[in-house]
Design a protein around this ligand. Structure first.
Ligand SMILES: NC(=O)c1ccc[n+]([C@@H]2O[C@H](COP(=O)([O-])OP(=O)(O)OC[C@H]3O[C@@H](n4cnc5c(N)ncnc54)[C@H](O)[C@@H]3O)[C@@H](O)[C@H]2O)c1
Length: 258
């Protein structure tokens, strides 16, 4: 019978979602679990990951929380080991954990070497370490899906140079992963959120002038919500996107269309 996409989209899949204590990662973890996935919700903030897992369980679904600094190789080894031990393998990796300084604009002279290194470590090295460790598990299954959460900052200049450069690197890394592993059944795609109200953007959006300016810069003149990105991630993680790899899914209220 033809499957028109009704019903759960990730039945029986095992998914790791990093940064699952935050806005986009939290909604993605809940959405995946509601669509039948067993979710490993990781975050450097264990209490935040546990709060997401408590919500998933209250919604009647399956998840575990793991404390996880995406910059740490041993933490990644632990996450993969827990996933395999609890759920038998890895089908989906969402590299969602991310970081930028909590101000809107940072000019070049003000970026310290430590700031630069930290932005590259969390936003680019973290996904590299995770991809490198998840792929051997995916190869055992003969397939797998990676979704990397980039940013419109990867596509245009004008705000945080270090964050922007790290996310642009992640876009390239996504394409390289797709090319290297496509023949072995592994797909890798990237989503590019525009401005979404989460913990990451709370500080700049607290300033009314910045808030009005940023909302007006979208074609759809308001900010997005975590669900606006999570449904895109669900699509890329599901079999409905089986012909998509190395692609960019831009979900930005039209800001880069101008
Ligand atoms: N909110 C936006 O406007 C926006 C726009 C474009 C891209 N993004 C990207 O979306 C992703 C999710 O961000 P969000 O908006 O939900 O922010 P958020 O702050 O709500 O969530 C980010 C989560 O990542 C976790 N985290 C930070 N450093 C970590 C580390 N070293 N190891 C593991 N976890 C770590 C945080 O504890 C937090 O729970 C990020 O990659 C971000 O760059 C967000």
């Amino acid at each position: 019978m033809t499957d028109f996409g009704f019903g759960p989209r990730l039945p029986g899949k095992v998914a790791i979602v990093t940064g699952a204590g935050g806005g986009i990662g939290g909604f993605t973890a809940r959405l995946f679990a509601a669509h039948g996935a067993k979710v490993v919700a990781t975050d450097i903030d264990l209490a935040a990951a546990e709060a997401t897992v408590a919500q998933i369980k209250a919604e009647g679904h399956v998840a575990v929380a793991v404390q996880h600094d995406v910059v740490s190789e041993t933490a990644w080894d632990h996450v993969i080991a827990v996933t395999v031990e609890q759920f038998g393998g890895v089908d989906i990796l969402v590299n969602n954990a991310g970081y930028h300084v909590r101000t809107h604009m940072v000019s070049l002279p003000d970026i310290t070497r430590a700031d630069w290194d930290q932005h590259l470590a969390i936003n680019l090295t973290g996904p590299f370490l995770g991809t490198q460790r998840a792929i051997p598990e995916m190869l055992k299954r003969g397939k797998g899906v990676i979704v990397n959460v980039c940013s419109v900052a990867a596509l245009v200049g004008g705000s945080f140079m270090h964050y922007s450069a790290a996310k642009a690197g992640l876009r390239s890394f996504t394409r390289n992963t797709a090319v290297a592993y496509g023949a072995q059944g592994i797909r890798a795609n990237a989503v590019f959120p525009g401005l979404i109200e989460t913990g990451l953007t709370r500080a700049p959006l607290a300033d009314p002038a910045t808030r009005a300016l940023l909302a007006a810069s979208n074609v759809i003149p308001h900010f997005g919500e975590p669900k606006d990105i999570a449904f895109g991630i669900l699509y890329l993680a599901s079999d409905e996107s089986s012909f998509a790899t190395g692609s960019d899914l831009i979900l930005d209220g039209g800001v880069t269309a101008k």
